[in-house]
Design a protein around this ligand. Structure first.
Ligand SMILES: C[S@@+](CC[C@H](N)C(=O)[O-])C[C@H]1O[C@@H](n2cnc3c(N)ncnc32)[C@H](O)[C@@H]1O
Length: 205
């Protein structure tokens, strides 16, 4: 009982720190009919499981590994709060996400502040599947200039998905060209003229 409370408290404290992402994940899950997702570098952000029936979380940080040791308690909490009818299926893999993952292809990959997730794990994304990412470490930029992906949208205010005027994004001041080698080295997205918190890509091949 005590343990159960601790895990939920830990998650809620984390959620207060990073902001509640449930609305973000819900908007994407609904629009693109997401049944299964992969979340490399998830830490303990279990919000996707409230709105997506099957989520595979991957993180090699000890704190995350310890958190997910309480899988039964986490599942109980998700079952109480989930928004879909299907049973919830949560898998945690406590390893480096650049190492081989023994999983089936998913409908969505979530990349949030955890390095070049899209590049490292796109092989686990179905063709036609969606990559949600921000540009904190430059993952959105690498996806934007990756022929495997099509840039299909941004997340606007109140988690509205916007699919128009996309040419306005990933544009540098004075029309400078993006130096991908520098982004890979620095692990930081450049300062574009127009930015948003999150970008959406579709895997096209
Ligand atoms: C800044 S936290 C972000 C956590 C979560 N995505 C969020 O937005 O709240 C980055 C997480 O990614 C994990 N991470 C970074 N590189 C990783 C890798 N190569 N393999 C597995 N986990 C990784 C770290 O352990 C850490 O928990």
């Amino acid at each position: 009982m005590m343990n159960s409370k601790n895990i939920i408290v830990e998650y809620n404290e984390y959620k207060n720190k990073i902001g509640n992402r449930k609305e973000l994940y819900r908007a994407i899950a609904k629009k693109y009919e997401i049944g299964g997702a992969l979340y490399p570098g998830s830490h303990i952000d279990i919000a996707p499981s409230f709105v997506i029936p099957k989520v595979i979380y991957v993180d090699n940080f000890k704190g995350a590994i310890n958190f997910f040791k309480n899988m039964e308690l986490i599942k109980k909490y998700i079952v109480k709060n989930k928004e879909y009818k299907k049973p919830c299926d949560i898998v945690f893999v406590g390893q480096n996400y650049t190492r081989e993952l023994n999983i089936e292809p998913v409908d969505l990959i979530i990349s949030q502040y955890a390095g070049f997730v899209g590049q490292a794990t796109k092989k686990y994304l179905k063709v036609g599947g969606i990559l949600l990412c921000n540009d904190s470490h430059g993952d959105a930029t690498l996806s934007r200039f990756d022929d495997d992906f099509e840039f299909i949208g941004v997340i606007g205010k109140n988690n509205i998905i916007i699919n128009t005027n996309l040419d306005d994004y990933f544009v540098l001041p004075r029309s400078k060209t993006v130096d991908l080698a520098k982004i890979k080295e620095k692990m930081k997205g450049p300062k574009y003229k127009l930015t948003v918190e999150n970008y959406l890509f579709r895997k096209i091949k």
